[in-house]
Design a protein around this ligand. Structure first.
Ligand code: C5P
Length: 213
């Protein structure tokens, strides 16, 4: 197999409320950084598009830092066309504040309401709008109906594989070093053992490469 180009998204996004506040989530970015590192380790090119994390960029991986879902969307749109494999591990915020205050919001005694709107779905746009025609891999973090939700996502978002992650199991998923996932393909499922995110990243990269034409 030749040298392939991987595009990987990772980490949370940060959606500003005012100059000092934002909405985010508990994603550590570990799974995505491990995937980019695994692709590079196997001799491929990797560009990692990541929201804010505390992690070191794996050696040899090209890095694009973003904060918001919109910035991640723009970066993926710019990089997707010439990638062979795209693996979307980012925990993109589903909602962002409609109005971003230019000044720090002052507190008062009463309640306040924060109006939120949807962010763009980067994964769903990758094949449909960005002209990407390689192997597309998404993640599905679910607390119930794991496989059926993953299958629905596979179809709706135009993916070739969904990495399905039961985030209700203790000790895995968000923030932890280990994970337990099922690879959901159009015609089958591959249940992987509970293992380090680095080990699982290698299996995900291998399986994505096996789907290349
Ligand atoms: O729909 P849901 O958020 O559960 O889908 C998860 C998958 O979609 C992940 O691969 C995630 O990176 C991707 N996603 C995205 N842009 C969004 C929301 C999710 O790329 N706005």
């Amino acid at each position: 197999m030749g040298r392939m180009k991987f595009l990987v998204t990772a980490g949370p996004t940060r959606e500003p409320i005012d100059p000092v506040r934002y909405i985010t989530n508990r994603s550590s970015g570990k799974m995505g950084y491990a995937v980019a590192g695994a692709a590079r380790h196997e001799g491929h090119e990797a560009v990692l598009i990541s929201g804010p994390t505390a992690l070191d960029v794996p050696p040899g991986v090209d890095f694009i830092h973003v904060e918001t879902a919109q910035q991640m969307y723009d970066a993926v749109r710019d990089m997707a066309r010439d990638a062979d494999v795209a693996i979307m591990c980012a925990a993109v915020a589903d909602y962002r504040p409609v109005h971003v205050s230019h000044q720090k919001l002052k507190k008062s005694e009463g309640r306040i309401l924060l109006e939120l709107e949807r962010t763009p779905d980067i994964l769903a746009s990758t094949r449909a709008e960005f002209g990407f025609n390689g192997v597309l891999v998404g993640f599905a973090a679910e607390t119930q109906h794991l496989i059926s939700n993953a299958r629905e996502k596979l179809l709706r978002k135009g993916c070739d594989m969904i990495v399905a992650n039961d985030v209700s199991l203790p000790g895995i998923g968000f923030g932890s070093a280990e994970n337990e996932v099922t690879l959901v393909l159009p015609d089958r499922e591959i249940q992987l053992p509970r293992e380090s995110k680095e080990w699982l990243a290698m299996r995900i990269v291998e399986q994505a490469l096996a789907l290349l034409p």
